[in-house]
Design a protein around this ligand. Structure first.
Ligand code: UGA
Length: 438
């Protein structure tokens, strides 16, 4: 079994570290945030992700995972170091902020004293790996190599995606480094997971190309949702029908309020910024349309609310179901649900919001809306209900009971998943984004 370090105890780092420890490797995790490290040492995962808490408890008990804030510990305890720090959008720009990647690489390099493998997993602009490899060589000499190994995990499925990914991509400059990572991922590879060995630039581009493609698919179907609304067509049936063509595929063709989160929005902007630096602005202009269509989805929901209230939001009670950017996550970064809630509150409405997991986080912040603990509480006296994150609990709401709580039984389903017959039979008027409502 290998001795690994994971640098960065964020979403990616914690998941990767816990899964690698679960596979039997000895893993040490470092983060500059001492509180976060303490929390993890105590067995608490600082975000919501199915299966992760159980695996952390198991791997802590078996002493396969340890946490530290000391680079000396990291250098002494591991031979392979995974860079899992964040690359958020730079303030005032569409480009990625690489300061965490740069600081982590510099700190690690200063502490390495023998042969080591550094493995980049963060999402970075193409060209970053070559630059970091040069820095490592300059500081540490020929014995420290860099591999670029992008991560494709989805929040809500992070453990499964880490243990059983669709593929493993290794961008290398020395073919001899492949064997060490084949050993780290031996259990996964033995399942038949495809392994693709590439150069650095290709590995970096695979990641951003995948996210750009997924974002484009969502904005594509959302543009058709508007066309469906303009013509009386049904975008869900349209997606089902084109999705049967295996060249297209049905996944990521769910129309609605659009994509959010810490990845797709910032990754398409960073890709476009990098392509522009490389003189390819025109070729990547389509990503502006992808981003703009996505931004417009929130306005579409707000317009729908306005229509249902004869154009007047003032003092109307609007109940928002969902705050996280997707179900089975408490991540509210760039969340479409929150953007809509904020726009409605700015327009003068009394907004109430509920989310099975993200409510806890919202309660620690100053918000322009009331955060509710229960579905009954959020529905009380609503003039309009807006469904924006497709948690299973919202599909299971009893429409008759819900109707007894609200002021007006009007539902706007921004995720196109609530059953029209069930809701209309209970007296609701329901509308969707891109398919006929009642
Ligand atoms: C995304 C990618 O799916 C992962 O492969 C990638 O590793 C990750 O970003 C990353 O770069 O780290 P994630 O952000 O967890 O994963 O979320 P997705 O499942 O991709 O959903 C993104 C957004 O698109 C959500 O707001 C979701 O509601 C929305 N979405 C998704 C739609 O509006 N329609 C769909 O059909 C699918």
């Amino acid at each position: 079994m290998a001795r690994l370090s994971v640098i960065g105890a964020g979403y990616l780092g914690v998941t990767h570290a816990v899964c690698m420890a679960h596979l039997g490797h000895d893993v040490i995790v470092i983060d500059t945030d001492a509180n976060r490290i303490e929390t993890l040492k105590n067995g608490v995962v600082p975000f919501h992700e199915p299966e992760l808490s159980e695996l952390l408890a198991k791997t802590l008990a078996s002493e396969k995972i340890t946490f530290t804030t000391s680079w000396n510990d990291v250098a002494a305890s591991a031979d392979i170091h995974f860079l899992c720090v964040g690359t958020p959008q730079k303030a005032g720009s569409h480009a990625a902020d690489l300061s965490q990647v740069d600081n982590a690489t510099t700190s690690l390099a200063q502490h390495l004293s023998g042969p080591a493998l550094v493995v980049g997993k963060s999402t970075v602009p193409v060209g970053t790996a070559a630059r970091l490899a040069y820095e490592l060589k300059t500081t540490c000499g020929e014995d420290v190599h860099l591999v670029w190994n992008p991560e494709f995990l989805r929040e809500g499925f992070a453990v499964q995606d880490t243990l059983h990914p669709d593929r493993i991509v290794l961008g290398v400059s020395h073919q001899s480094d492949v064997a060490a990572l084949e050993a780290v991922y031996a259990a996964t590879l033995s399942d038949g997971t495809p392994l693709l060995v590439t150069d650095y630039a290709t590995a970096e581009l695979v990641k951003v190309a995948a996210n750009a493609f997924l974002a484009t698919k969502i904005s594509f179907i959302n543009a058709f949702a508007d066309l469906a609304d303009a013509t009386g067509a049904d975008v869900t049936q349209l997606a089902d029908a084109i999705g049967h063509d295996t060249r297209i595929g049905r996944r990521f063709l769910n129309a609605g309020v659009g994509f959010g989160g810490g990845c797709l929005p910032k990754d398409i902007r960073a890709l476009q910024a990098r392509a522009t630096e490389l003189g390819l602005a025109e070729k990547f202009a389509f990503l502006t349309a992808v981003d703009d269509i996505n931004k417009s989805r929130k306005h579409t929901v707000v317009e729908r609310v306005l229509e249902s209230l004869d154009g007047d939001l003032n003092h109307k009670v609007i109940s928002v179901l969902g705050a996280a950017f997707k179900p089975d996550s408490d991540d509210i970064r760039d969340s479409p649900a929150l953007h809509v809630a904020e726009m409605l509150a700015e327009g003068g409405a009394k907004v109430r919001i509920h989310d099975p997991e993200a409510s806890k986080i919202l309660k620690t912040r100053e918000t322009a809306f009331a955060v509710c603990d229960t579905i009954d509480e959020v529905l009380a006296n609503a003039d309009v209900v807006v469904h924006l994150t497709e948690w299973a609990v919202y599909r299971e709401i009893d429409p008759a009971h819900a109707a007894s709580l609200v002021n007006n039984p009007i539902m706007i389903d921004g995720r196109n998943v609530l059953d029209k017959t069930r809701w209309t039979n209970a007296g609701w008027t329901i509308s969707y984004l891109g398919k006929p409502g009642s």
